[in-house]
Design a protein around this ligand. Structure first.
Ligand SMILES: [Cu+2]
Length: 271
């Protein structure tokens, strides 16, 4: 009976995973796809070990089930050789898989951004995200902490008197052109927050007092959720925004239109 129960639980667990019904959302860049293939490799190895261990367990349960006779005195003293083999194998698999994943991690967190990467500033605070783009001048305008005011729509504390800041676009959602490398320079105004996009397979903390660059690109246009994944206070559950990946031309159009609204450039029709 116990052996049958082990089979049923094993089969149900494997079926749940093999069905692919409850799985990760689609990966939208090369690094995310590397994480997925590493995850799948780990998963298949562990799945095979799991199935083998459960089969062995049910075999032992069946083989040594009670026959109603008193148990013999001798018993089992284990098998040192076997124990060494499976502990060694587990260590090799564990260390090997960790070593393999290091290269992907280093690519995500340590690799330098290419020269033409688009710089975007991100500021997190309880409980919202804000993003700032350099305008056509390619520079971020000066900011002053004393000018920061959410009520006045100035979450970055942009200084009006600085020419370089006139064309800066600030937004509550993160828009990026598809296939373009981005460096998101992240800061927190208060406590720890975390930038998390499931489809990028990225999680990066924002630490007060630090400016942390996060390099990535996304190759599939669409709208994805950015959720703060560091418990940051009572409103943490509301701290979400969107990553909007746009076609390159669509992004340029959006940028032009926004600059027109800001009065930085004139609309072509009104010239
Ligand atoms: Cu949060």
């Amino acid at each position: 009976m116990a052996a049958v129960l082990v089979w049923v639980v094993t089969a149900a667990t494997l079926a749940l995973f093999l069905s692919g019904r409850w799985w990760l959302p689609e990966a939208i860049n090369a690094q995310a796809r590397s994480w997925d293939s590493h995850f799948n490799l780990t998963f298949w190895i562990m799945g095979a070990v799991f199935a083998a261990a459960q089969l062995a367990l049910s075999w032992v349960v069946l083989r040594y089930r009670s026959s109603g006779e008193p148990v013999a005195e001798s018993g089992s003293h284990g098998n040192n050789k076997l124990e060494l083999v499976w502990m060694g194998a587990a260590a090799v698999v564990f260390v090997g898989l960790s070593a393999l994943s290091t290269a992907i991690w280093a690519g995500v967190h340590l690799e330098r951004a290419p020269a033409g990467a688009m710089r975007i500033e991100a500021v997190a605070k309880q409980f919202a995200w804000n993003f700032r783009y350099q305008g056509p001048d390619g520079k971020f305008g000066r900011v002053k902490p004393e000018l920061i005011s959410d009520a006045n729509g100035n979450p970055f504390g942009l200084d009006d008197t600085d020419e370089a800041g006139r064309d800066d676009i600030t937004m509550a959602a993160l828009r990026i052109p598809a296939g373009t490398p981005v460096v998101l320079e992240m800061q927190s105004r208060d406590v720890l927050h975390n930038f998390f996009v499931r489809e990028l397979r990225i999680k990066q903390d924002l630490v007060p007092g630090m400016r942390i660059p996060l390099r990535f690109s996304a190759d599939k246009p669409g709208t994805y959720e950015v959720a703060c994944s560091e418990l940051c206070g009572l409103g943490h559950h509301q701290m979400r925004t969107q990553l909007i990946v746009m076609g390159k031309e669509e992004f340029q159009k959006w940028q032009q239109e926004t600059l027109q609204q800001l009065g930085v450039i004139t609309a072509p029709e009104s010239r």
